[in-house]
Design a protein around this ligand. Sequence first.
Ligand SMILES: Cc1cc2nc3c(=O)[nH]c(=O)nc-3n(C[C@H](O)[C@H](O)[C@H](O)COP(=O)(O)OP(=O)(O)OC[C@H]3O[C@@H](n4cnc5c(N)ncnc54)[C@H](O)[C@@H]3O)c2cc1C
Length: 563
Amino acid sequence: MKRQTVRAESPQVDAKGNKAVGRKAPENKVLENKALENKALENKAFKKMPSRKRAVVVGAGPGGLAAAMMLAKDGLDVTLFEKDSRVGGRTKILDDGGFRFDMGPTFFLYPQILESIFVRCGLTMSDYVSLARVDPSYRLAFEDGPDVRIGSDLVQLEREISKIDADDARQIRRFIDLNRRKLADFTPVLQRSFTSLVDYLAPSVLKALRHIVPLSTVDQELGRYFKDPRVRLAFSFQTKYLGMSPFRCPNLFTFLAFLEYEFGVWHPVGGCGAVSDGMARAARDLGVEIRLGEPVEAIEFDGRRATGIRSASSAIAADAVVVNADFAHAVTHLIPSHLRKRWSDQRVADMKYSCSTFMLYLGVDGSYDADHHNIFLSRNYTQNIAEIEAAAVVPAEPSIYVANPGRTDPAFAQNGTSSLYVLVPVGHCGTIDWATQKQPFRDLVLERLERLGFSDLRQRIRYEKMLTPDDWRDQSSIYLGATFNLAHGLDQMLYFRPHNRLQDVEGVYLVGGGTHPGSGLPVIYEGARISADLLLADLGIAPARLPAADPQAAVSSSLVLGP
Ligand SMILES: Cc1cc2nc3c(=O)[nH]c(=O)nc-3n(C[C@H](O)[C@H](O)[C@H](O)COP(=O)(O)OP(=O)(O)OC[C@H]3O[C@@H](n4cnc5c(N)ncnc54)[C@H](O)[C@@H]3O)c2cc1C
């Protein structure tokens, strides 16, 4: 892939601080003398000025972009390497065949966290990102009925849930009150690092941990409020954001449904990928050099200390390296195995991973009357969830999520056409042979969607792109194609998740879904803040003061979109 360099080149030095190899020698003596003169002046100036510290960021996903912004704001020279030709990672825009799609995230939750990062960087988020609230948030369609619309109006929500079960609908307020407390208690835990088991004894952590009932799952916790399994599903399918089943996900995570209710579901105008584009613009404005199409091939070390990175065309010395590339893929490919005691290849292989997704990005003639977000829940959803977990067979009657963003955002409905995003949760790479299974599975999904209301879908397709778990693994360097990264069981959270300051080595920091606090955009941004603060502290730099994300504060755009 052709490398594009955005922003003027800064001097390249190798891991030992020497000028980069390959720089042309002066062609004659005069130039040589001039160069020596300049060098002497440069050295003199250097002696007077404290040298700026340099950080390299590997990957321009949401975590990498957020970290780059904060580190540049705090005075570091930041170079960000991205292997792809576009920023955003899983949160990027796919522009193809005249159609626009979000590649990954479509639910933008709790924008207050991202806004607080812009504020910390002295920027106004709405100069870079426009947000619109989708209200009602989404349509949940049970295969055998009913159809319910979930939103933030409590009375309306009770009315919708009573279509399933009137008694359960009366429990919603109790559920919301308890989860409001749960999230408030847990927020400090999401905002701090976990570097030692002693961190569990901090008062704020102990307060939060009382909400965790060991071995209790989201579904079991919901059983304390709701007796109809479909109501429990309505408040638990959000565990998909973590790539986990509600029958396994720790009970703590009932607050995901609350988060949607309390703070709304947002649509960034132009798609979630447009947020990544906006963050890249902000990063450049803060002085970050972004190098697209330039994969990092190795992190260089002196003993255990990272000294920089190497790509096919450059070697850059750095005081710190921030890794945003998929955790399991990156550690096993970028860090020599003799330095990895804790994260040996075997240990990484033994970790538990989230599910994956089968994707169809469809450009269709005309538009459908469907809501912006539509979740079709399989009649046999327990079997479906079991199939996803086992990763041994393709689901027979899958649940399907369809985003129809053209309903509210003209960027996704151009010239009499519209973009449909189809996500089917499936197991991560295992024994399924996707090479032979993908075509029949695609046909099954489309046929199912036609029955669910997308009439004549197959005849109306003008553009189509399909992604299987194998494609996520091979095209996006995602370990096992586990799109939501490491699973979020208690055994892989907090201290037990790969640390923000990576264990085993020095000077390497993790950002993204594979480190604490976890996967999902708001927590990834929060994790980038934790890692940036650790890095700055290690370099003896006081970070810019971060105004705490004020849950009650309105975000800087407030446009409301209908379904
Ligand atoms: C289909 C799907 C749907 C999702 N839906 C939602 C949702 O609705 N809401 C939500 O909050 N979250 C959602 N997520 C989860 C999560 O928010 C996103 O996956 C998010 O993009 C993860 O961000 P990250 O910071 O971990 O980095 P990634 O997005 O994984 O980006 C990592 C970057 O590193 C780059 N890279 C890798 N190796 C190298 C290398 N050697 N050198 C240079 N660069 C490298 C990659 O190209 C990539 O750009 C979804 C994810 C997927 C896949």
